[in-house]
Design a binder for this molecule. Sequence first.
Ligand code: NAD
Ligand code: UDP
Length: 327
Amino acid sequence: MSRRFVVTGGAGFLGSHLCEALLGRGDEVVCVDNLSTGDPGNLAGFAGHPGFTFIEADVCQGIPVGGSVDGVAHLASPASPPAYLRLGLETLDVGSRGTAAALALAQRSGARFVLASTSEVYGDPQVSPQPESYWGNVNPIGPRSVYDESKRFAEALTAAHRRYRDVNTAIVRIFNTYGPRLGPGDGRVASNFVAQALAGEPLTVFGDGTQTRSLCFVDDTIAGLIAMLDAGDGVTGPVNIGNPNELTILELAAVVLDVTGSSSPLEHQPLPVDDPLVRRPDITLAGALLGWRPSVDLRDGLTRTVDWQRSTLARGRPDSRAVPPPA
Ligand code: NAD
Ligand code: UDP
């Protein structure tokens, strides 16, 4: 029998892939999104599906969904650094009031709730790779705190709803994910480098480029999210979802140039304030609790990302998410 899921932030990069994957296995999906950083174009491939409903709404004002709900995947939040730096107060709002509204929906529906948290809760980590038991190193008043602390509060609110209200909650901490629908104007590193390489423009390396990230292809991340949605009440997390294949930003630039065949130069720009110097997930727990591990190789994933950006550019799809890079 098909189940009914509410996906907040479903018009965004990850949310649209999650909606599509759930519909693809026969579930019904209600996507709730205010389109602040999302794009209706992300929904184009399945907007007409009979099991799909789109509601344009700000989840901070409550979530206008009735009827039975089996699962709530709470993804609504700006996620790209330029976007959350532009929408700082909105980011804090959706992590607090928005998360409260999504938890209230799960509580009144008796649904499982999964929070899309982030590796940013570890801040600039002093421990690497990062296991879920690490409490992090976050500057609570720095510019990135609008995102990091919003997600840390969302985790606290989620844990408290399980503790005090017996809501069936779970938390995944997602590490840097890339792939199709990460638009050329999104501002995150993989999409920036691919867009710049395809345009023959300089690849903007922030700082000296020795900082590391561990990039996970979107299909892998979505499989992890769905495994958590499907897991039993006893699986609460937090669980890291990410690819442990760590590389420096300079190494990433070299792979992008190779995959695209571009001869773009590198252009160093200032490192954003509090930019974490290392990031790599310990995914032992995801394997043990969810039987999950990533399988898509970086070059394959980048090739699929490049193909998507090329076809998007060819169609001339307007990029409604264009935001300037951070100073
Ligand atoms: P995205 O910006 O593409 O998508 C976020 C979506 O949330 C957008 O469609 C936006 O319009 C919507 N939204 C924002 N505020 C809202 C509000 N108040 N009400 C309703 N909708 C709202 O970002 P993404 O990369 O798809 O990230 C999705 C989630 O996953 C976020 O919660 C993010 O923190 C988390 N996450 C993503 C990554 C990643 O690498 N993509 C890593 C860690 C965590
Ligand atoms: N970065 C970069 N050039 C860009 C965009 C980002 O060098 O055009 C760097 C950024 O400083 C960070 C890393 O790439 O060290 C990942 O940045 P992103 O914005 O993708 O995500 P973050 O992990 O910072 O949330």
